[in-house]
Design a protein around this ligand. Structure first.
Ligand code: PLP
Length: 385
């Protein structure tokens, strides 16, 4: 069995979540919109899950809308706010290091006549309130800035950024897909208007997530249809998925303190071990980073995919940036945004640890990484970038 160290890409469904989901596939399968008993059981389950999810992220149940995952939540928040507020202006502020679920959505908005300001993070992946303040214009209708970055693991100070946007009465969306279930997230405390989360990042099932929408924040539905989710998100609700997500998130929140402690221990061991390899540097904020998140650039290799392949040969799953762009062999746009040169940005290795990893796994992976980097450096395969 391979050692899995790519938990930011996705996680295994927890046994507990799986058990809780099972009855909803073939016993309690009623459509929650139906008025007979089966349907009402589904409806009750759905509303209980909404309450429980809200409890996990410091929100009210009426502020939680179920979606098909992080990508849909990001698309919905951006398109839903901009379309609703287009009469007030057509300017959006975001950053150059967002996930493609946000960046590609913003590109679509540009095609629709919106103008986007992409704030440039500092070398560690932070955006300052002053940068945001400077970018705000009278026609700004939305700010969208991620809570934790998926390539370097930096955790941003969203609360401070929200204060700036609030002073100008501009709605604030945060992509918290990498944060929820891993670090404390309290929507009311942060003050955000919209927050995206995705179940498969915290041992829930794939293809389900949620969008937090603060009461009375402006949002237009993205999907038209049967009027589910109070007319805001049509489509029959994925009850087994929602049950699995709820169970996984409650478990993640309950054990967050001990998980964080455990992961920080492994993370320190991994980072200090990797940094002992000559020509390797840590990326992202050395302090404010997600627990278990280790990311590096490696000198003297043509591209990180070679190292990732060598690691795979040695039975360790790591990534060359984010899963979505792992196959593209391009330089990571995040590292370019952080000021790394094109070839450095193509040499990024991401090792994201989970509670299923052990100290022995870390030690094995360190040996494998040393050997893999050495092999790629000495063989010097033709560069791809
Ligand atoms: N946003 C971030 C920061 C992510 O890391 C991801 C997934 O990797 C997404 C959005 C997309 O989430 P999903 O896979 O649920 O569509």
């Amino acid at each position: 069995m391979a050692i899995y160290m790519d938990h930011s890409a996705t996680t295994a469904l927890s046994e507990h979540a799986l058990q809780e989901m099972m009855p909803y596939f073939h016993e309690e399968y009623g459509n929650p919109s139906a008025i007979y008993g089966y349907g009402q059981t589904g409806k009750n389950t759905l509303e209980k899950c909404r309450q429980r999810i809200a409890g996990c992220i410091g929100a009210l149940p009426t502020e939680i809308f179920f979606t098909s995952g992080g990508t849909e939540s990001d698309n919905w928040a951006i398109k839903g706010v901009c379309r609703r507020r287009k009469d007030r202006g057509k300017h959006i502020i975001s950053t150059a290091m967002e996930h493609n679920a946000v960046l590609r959505t913003l590109q679509q908005m540009e095609e629709d006549g919106f103008e986007v300001t992409y704030l440039i993070p500092d070398h560690n992946g932070h955006i300052t309130p002053e940068q945001l303040e400077e970018a705000i214009r009278p026609d700004t209708v939305l700010v969208s800035i991620m809570m934790a970055n998926n390539v370097v693991g930096t955790v941003l100070d969203i609360k401070e950024l929200v204060k700036t946007a609030r002073r100008h009465h501009i709605p604030f969306h945060t992509d918290a897909v990498q944060a929820v279930g891993h670090i404390p997230v309290n929507a009311h405390d942060l003050g955000v208007d919209f927050l995206s989360l995705s179940a498969h990042k915290f041992n829930g099932p794939k293809g389900v997530g949620a969008l937090y929408c603060r009461l009375s924040s402006p949002l237009q539905p993205l999907l038209a249809g049967g009027g589910q989710e109070k007319g805001m998100r049509s489509g029959t609700e994925n009850i087994p998925g929602i049950v699995g997500m709820t169970t996984a998130l409650e478990d993640a929140v309950t054990s967050m303190k001990s998980n964080t402690e455990y992961l920080k221990g492994l993370q320190e061991r991994m980072i200090s071990g990797v940094l002992a390899i000559p020509g390797v540097r840590l990326t992202g904020d050395p302090e404010n980073r997600l627990p278990g998140f280790c990311s590096f650039v490696v000198e003297g290799i043509p591209h990180s995919v070679y190292v990732v392949n060598e690691m795979n040969e040695r039975g360790v799953c790591v990534s060359s940036g984010s899963a979505c762009s792992a196959a593209s062999r391009e330089a990571s746009h995040v590292l370019v945004a952080l000021g790394y040169g094109k070839s450095e940005a193509g040499s990024s290795i991401r090792i994201t640890l989970g509670t299923d990893n052990t100290q022995e796994d870390v030690d094995y992976a360190l040996r494998a990484l040393r050997d893999s980097i050495h092999k790629v450096r000495s063989e010097k395969p033709a560069g791809l970038i």
